[in-house]
Structure formats: C-alpha cells, structure tokens
Design a binder for this molecule. Structure first.
Ligand code: SF4
Length: 325
C-alpha cells in the first residue's frame, strides 16, 4: 500500500437503540475512522462494547442514528436503490456462527450460488457449477461437497462454506464478524490463515471484528479498540502491541497468554477493577474511569477526545490530550 486510498470513511457514527421510554442504549457513540483499500482493520473489544453494531452499521445492515459512512466517497445511507444493490455485491459479510448463518435446507451448491444468481454473474448451470467448485477448492474443501447439506460438516468446514458464499460475488470488502470465536482453538488458526491468504490473493479490504487481541494481530494491518460504544485507541498493529497508550488496551494486551512458559509466569497481568458498566448507563466523563488505574478528577467530568497523538496513532485519554499535558 504505497499510496493509501481510503475505501471507507466513517464520520461521527452513532447507533442508538431505544430500550424504553427512559432508556437509550448508545451502542456506537461518535466513532470515526477510515479503512484503506487492501488493508485489514481489526476491531477489538469485550462483548457489549458495540463492535458488531459498529461493523453492521458501517455496511448499512443497520441505519445509523447519526453520522456518515462514505464508501468510495458516497454516503451509503443516501444511495439510490441501484447503488445499494451494487454495494451489496461489493461488500460481503462472514458471520460469527457458522451453525446458524447457513440455511440447513439448502445444498452447499445453492448456498454458494445464490449471490451469483442474484447479481446475474453466471449464465448457465454449467458455468455456475464450475464457479462453485472453484470456490470450494479455494477455501480448502472438496468440490464434491457441493451436493451435501451443511449439517454434514464440522464447524470449521461450515465457516469455509460461509467464506466461499461471501467470495462468490467477487467482493472488494469483507466484514468478518468474529468469524473464529465459535470454533475450536485448533481450527481458529486455520481459518485465520485462510482469510489472510484469500485477502492477499484477491486484494480484499476487510474489517475483522474480534473479542480479544491474540488472534487479531495475525490478520490486521491496523487495530482499533472499542470500549462501551467508543473507539478508544487506533494504531498500526505492531505499534499497538509494542506501545499501547490507552489503559484499556494495556489491560487487554496483558491478558494474552505468552507462548514461553517462563515469560508467562513472570509477566504482570493488569487486572481491571469492577465490571463493565451497563451501556445504557455509562459513567460520566471517560467511560473507562471507574476501572482505570490512572483515573484523575478530570476523567470523571470530561469525555476525552479521540485524537491523533502520533502519526497514525489515535487515542482517547486525558493523559495524552495535548492541551492537558
Ligand atoms: Fe483512564 Fe482518565 Fe485515560 Fe480514561 S481518560 S483512560 S480514566 S486516564
């Protein structure tokens, strides 16, 4: 990526859900970032932090409460029907649960071919058959599996079918919503390796959502960390792992098991105080203030801005806000 081309630009995105007359859940609350063509942006955070809602709002599955998502410079919420149809071809999703995201009544062939038919990408049964078989091979499955039903496959194989379905329409952007978290640990690395390979071969751009930082490092060029609806840090993967700035990122990184048993015994794990607050009633000021070991008075009063503190390294924390240093 010599010259970075922005493929998706997310500006002050908000997605709120009304719970009842008095309560609103601010699942995504003023989040801004860009995704460059050809890169993988990892989005990480504990469950309930808003990462899945953020991903789905970015590709138009949910209508935003406020803010904009520009895809190739066009606001996806203001697209005409024909442009929206095009967008559903360019942008595909890989789901968390390979058990419930594939129709059990359909054969693998029909699951994979559906998108190609909708977008009129194949013109004969023979062409369709060849395209499906090629996709099955590309994701590491036997082409003869096309005539089987999904219940005949393991979790890892089902996720491969889900990937083949997403790739069938030749997309340029993939939203991978925790695609490995429902799988056995032994299978997770295989699926990550497959996604990395396919991304390189096809020049894909992707957003990879995960709940911890361990596996996401292997697939992401940059990583964003979310906490209670906010993006709290965003940096190049290597930089984020070597020099995390936000106290929440520090804590997440300290929880990753180290492969060397001695290093694992000796390293200090940062244990966060308390529980994740309810997103319906987050703390005043910095949402992390009730769990942060560095919290000061200002943290309980003012929301820290998400600022670029070094080139390409963004953080929302009063410790790094320029005017407060
Ligand atoms: Fe901790 Fe304050 Fe930074 Fe929030 S703003 S992460 S409470 S130091």
């Amino acid at each position: 990526m010599d010259k970075k081309e922005v493929l998706m630009e997310v500006k002050h995105l908000k997605k709120y859900f009304k719970i009842d007359a008095k309560h609103i859940l601010k699942a995504v609350d003023d989040v801004s970032f860009s995704i460059y063509r050809g890169e993988t942006l990892g989005i990480v955070g504990e469950s309930g932090c808003g990462k899945t809602t953020c991903g789905r709002t970015c590709i138009g599955v949910y209508q935003a409460t406020d803010g904009e998502v520009l895809y190739r410079g066009k606001n996806i919420y203001k697209m005409k029907p024909a442009e929206k149809r095009e967008l559903t071809k360019h942008v595909q999703m890989i789901f968390q649960d390979p058990y419930s995201s594939l129709d059990p009544r359909k054969k693998v062939h029909d699951i994979i071919a559906e998108g190609m038919r909708i977008h009129k990408m194949v013109h004969s049964k023979e062409e369709e058959k060849k395209a499906v078989q090629k996709l099955l091979q590309q994701v590491g499955l036997n082409p003869e599996h096309a005539i089987r039903y999904v219940h005949e496959f393991s979790g890892g194989q089902r996720q491969r079918i889900g990937i083949a379905r997403a790739l069938a329409v030749n997309p340029e952007f993939l939203l991978c919503d925790e695609p490995i978290s429902a799988l056995d640990v032994s299978v997770q690395a295989q699926i990550v390796n497959l996604l990395v390979r396919l991304q390189k071969e096809r020049g894909l751009t992707s957003m990879f959502i995960a709940h911890d930082l361990s596996m996401v490092k292997h697939i992401s060029d940059r990583i964003g960390v979310m906490y209670l609806g906010n993006l709290v840090e965003l940096a190049n993967s290597e930089e984020l792992y070597q020099r995390p700035l936000h106290p929440y990122t520090e804590a997440l990184l300290s929880a990753i098991p180290l492969p060397n048993p001695r290093s694992e015994r000796e390293r200090k794990r940062i244990r966060l105080k308390g529980e994740v607050p309810s997103p319906i009633d987050p703390p005043q000021g910095c949402h992390f203030c009730n769990r942060c070991r560095y919290a000061e008075e200002i943290c309980h009063k003012n929301v820290p801005e998400f600022q670029e503190v070094e080139e390409g390294h963004f953080v929302a924390c009063h410790r790094y806000q320029k005017e407060l240093c």
